[in-house]
Structure formats: C-alpha cells, structure tokens
Design a protein around this ligand. Structure first.
Ligand SMILES: NC(=O)c1ccc[n+]([C@@H]2O[C@H](COP(=O)([O-])OP(=O)(O)OC[C@H]3O[C@@H](n4cnc5c(N)ncnc54)[C@H](OP(=O)(O)O)[C@@H]3O)[C@@H](O)[C@H]2O)c1
Length: 247
C-alpha cells in the first residue's frame, strides 16, 4: 500500500476480470476505496473484492449493465451511498468482436456501441455533476484505432468515439477541476484478447511490440494509477497508447 490515493473513492466499470481488475487492485494499493462494477460474473467480482481486502484495502462489488442508462445511474447511486463520494471514474467495461463489416449484424453493432460508447458516454454524464471537484476520469480506448486493421471495423469505431468524447469533455469538465484522459492498450493478456487465438497468432501479436511479447493488465493499471493521481493534474484530453512500442 502507498498513500497516493488515500481518502479517494474510485469506481471501475468491468472490474471483475482482466484489465479492470488489475486497475482496481492497483488503485486500492494506492489507498483508494474501490467500487467494483461487473455485469454478470459475481464470483470473479467477489474475488477482486477479496483480493483487495486481504491486502488491507477497501472494496465493494456492484452489479450493473453499463449499456443501460438507468443502471449507470443506479451504479453511481449505490457507489455514493456506500462510500459517500466518487473521485475517480474508470470507464473500462468493454466488449470486442472481430468480423468483416460485410458480415456484422445490426444486433452486433448495437450491442458493441451500447456497451463501449453509450456506457462510457452516460457514465461521463453522471460524472460531470456527481464526481468530486478535482476528480479524474480515465476511459479505455485501444491502440487498434491507430492501425489499419481489417475485421476490427465495429470495435475501432466504438473506440474512436471514446477518444473523441474524451477530447471534447476535457474542456467541459475543466471548470470543475476534473481531468479526463484515454488510455489505449495494445494486445494485453486477458480473456477478451486471448479468446479464439492460436499460439502462433499470439506469438505474432507479441512480435509486433518492441519487446517481443504481449502486455500484462498490470502494465495498463500502472499508467491509470498515474492519471488518477494528483501528479497528473495538468494532463487532460489526452490519449496515452500503452503498447510496448507496437509497430
Ligand atoms: N485485452 C486487450 O488486449 C485490450 C486492448 C485494448 C483495449 N482493451 C480494452 O480494455 C477494456 C478491458 O478489456 P479486457 O481485455 O480486460 O476485457 P475482459 O477480460 O473481457 O473483461 C471485460 C470486463 O467488462 C465487463 N463487462 C462487459 N460487459 C459489461 C456491461 N454491459 N456492463 C458492465 N460490465 C461489463 C465484464 O464483466 P463480467 O465479468 O461480469 O462479464 C468484465 O469485467 C475494454 O474496454 C477493452 O476494449 C483491451
């Protein structure tokens, strides 16, 4: 534990697994109390809470589907009822599929936009009035937005929207002292990335980085912790690509 976020309260969406879990663990290690949002995986969410508590931290799990505005409002209500305030919002919950645009259905398009874009947009809307003065918002984008990758059409469209929203909101939230930034991971070893890939494909993705490997969730969490800290108070509207020098 250290004291960088002592007395702060963080809400991390999609914190039951993967990158969100690593972010929750790291913010808790820095002293924040953390609301652990999840969609359906209560067992994994409780594991995140237990891991934080066994390290001496404070956490609380809250189920909410971020694709529904009413559930986002409830997520903020319950987090504030439990911890008294929210200082840091991490919009991490997300889904991905890989498919040519020509084969993407309307239902698939609507779902990925509802979770990745609508979820982030309306959580930011709640944060605009309910985050503490001087608060922090960190949105998860993806390094795929800077590459020409076939079959990622719907996914990169959602993350492009998240990046633009982040830039626009920086000026809207500035008067309340709130910073908002995006982080854009390259390939990270989570269920989302590993699912359906052969060992050869995984090796090829690893070779795209300067270090010849895929990244780890904690390597994203470390940068998020910096953006959440007082030390990042003059950083807003930015997008940090965390990808090991992805080619
Ligand atoms: N992994 C990568 O290589 C990579 C690269 C670039 C960007 N990213 C981005 O990083 C973020 C996290 O990705 P990940 O790889 O950690 O994914 P992951 O392992 O698949 O975990 C996804 C998390 O999001 C939650 N979630 C999904 N739909 C939700 C909903 N409707 N409402 C609330 N929570 C929901 C899941 O909750 P349940 O456990 O309850 O299902 C889970 O906690 C995403 O925004 C992703 O686009 C990932």
């Amino acid at each position: 534990m250290n004291d960088a976020l002592k007395g702060k309260v963080a809400l991390v969406t999609g914190a039951s697994r993967g990158i969100g879990r690593a972010i929750a663990l790291r913010l808790a290690r820095d002293g924040a109390a953390v609301a652990i949002n999840y969609s359906s995986n209560v067992g994994e969410a409780q594991k995140t809470v237990a891991e934080i508590e066994s390290a001496g931290g404070t956490a609380f799990a809250i189920q909410a589907d971020v694709s529904r505005v009413s559930e986002i409002v409830r997520l903020f209500d319950e987090s504030i009822a439990h911890f008294g305030r929210i200082d840091i919002l991490v919009n991490n919950a997300g889904v991905m599929f890989i498919k040519p645009v020509s084969a993407t259905t309307e239902a698939e398009f609507d779902r990925i936009f509802a979770i990745n874009v609508k979820g982030t947009f309306f959580a930011c809307q709640q944060a605009a009035t309910r985050l503490s003065e001087g608060g922090r918002i960190i949105n998860l984008s993806s390094s795929t937005t800077a590459r020409f990758m076939p079959t990622y059409g719907a996914y990169v469209a959602t993350k492009g929207a998240v990046e633009q929203l982040t830039r626009s909101l920086a000026k809207e939230l500035g008067p309340r002292g709130i910073t908002i930034n995006a982080v854009s991971p390259g390939p990270i070893e989570t269920e989302m990335f590993m699912e359906g890939k052969t060992p050869e494909q995984l090796q090829q993705f690893g070779q795209l980085s300067a270090f010849g490997r895929i990244g780890q969730p904690v390597e994203i969490a470390d940068v998020v912790a910096f953006l959440a800290s007082d030390a990042a108070g003059w950083v807003s509207g930015q997008n940090i690509r965390i990808n090991g020098g992805l080619a």
